[in-house]
Design a protein around this ligand. Sequence first.
Ligand SMILES: Nc1ncnc2c1ncn2[C@@H]1O[C@H](COP(=O)(O)OP(=O)(O)O)[C@@H](O)[C@H]1O
Ligand SMILES: [Mg+2]
Length: 217
Amino acid sequence: MLRVENVFKSYLTPQGPLPVLQGVDLSLDAGSSLALMGESGSGKSTLLHLVGGLDKVDSGSIRSGEHRLETMNEAQLANWRRTEIGLVFQQFNLIGSLRVEDNLAFQARLAGRHEPRWQAHLVQRLGLGDLLKRYPEQLSGGQQQRVALGRALASQPKLLLADEPTGSLDEATSDEVLRLLLELLDDTPTTLLMVTHSPRVAARLAQRVVLSSGRLT
Ligand SMILES: Nc1ncnc2c1ncn2[C@@H]1O[C@H](COP(=O)(O)OP(=O)(O)O)[C@@H](O)[C@H]1O
Ligand SMILES: [Mg+2]
C-alpha cells in the first residue's frame, strides 16, 4: 500500500540547510497500522507531510498504491489527497463555523464520496448522535477529536495519517478515542500511519518504528 524508499528532506533555514530525513525507508501493507515514534524535532511530522503529498521529497520515492507521488503535479496531488487520504491532527482543526454534522460531511462531499449511510454509521460508532447540531467550540477535546476522526473517515480514505491525534487528550480520553478508531478501522481496508509520543498508544498498533538521526529504526 505504502512504500517509502531512501527519502531525503532538508529545510532551508537562515543558518543554511537543515537535514531532517536522511534515507528513510518504510513499507506498510494495506489495512495495517504503524506507530511512528521519535523525539520532538526528529522529523515525524515532516515524514507524514511527505507521505500525505503536502510537501515534496528532495530525493527518494514515495509510492501509495499505484501512485508515485514525486511524479504528480499539484492538481493531481490535491485530487489524490481529497479522495484517498484522511488527515487528523493534534489540534483537531475542525471548521469552527460549521456544525458537527457539516464538519463530518464536508470532506466527503469534496471527495465526491458523501454517503449518508456510512456517515450515519460513523456517527453511531463514534457516539456523536447528540452532538450533531453543536459547533466545535461547544465540544470537549475528546469530542472534537471524535468528530475529526469521523470527518477523516467519512470519505473512506485508503490511508489515514494522524499526527499525535491523542497528544492533547488526557489518558482516559486518549484510550477511548484510540479504541473507537481501531474498532472502526477493523471494519475497513483503511491503512493507518500514526505519529505518537505515547508508548501506550503505540503498543495498540500493529507495528512501531522510531525516527532517529534522520532514519527509521
Ligand atoms: N517549514 C520548516 N522550515 C524549517 N524548518 C522546519 C520546518 N518544518 C520543520 N522544521 C524543522 O525540522 C525538524 C523536524 O521537524 P518536525 O518534522 O516537525 O519534527 P517532529 O514532528 O518529529 O517534532 C525540526 O528541527 C523543525 O524545527
Ligand atoms: Mg510533529
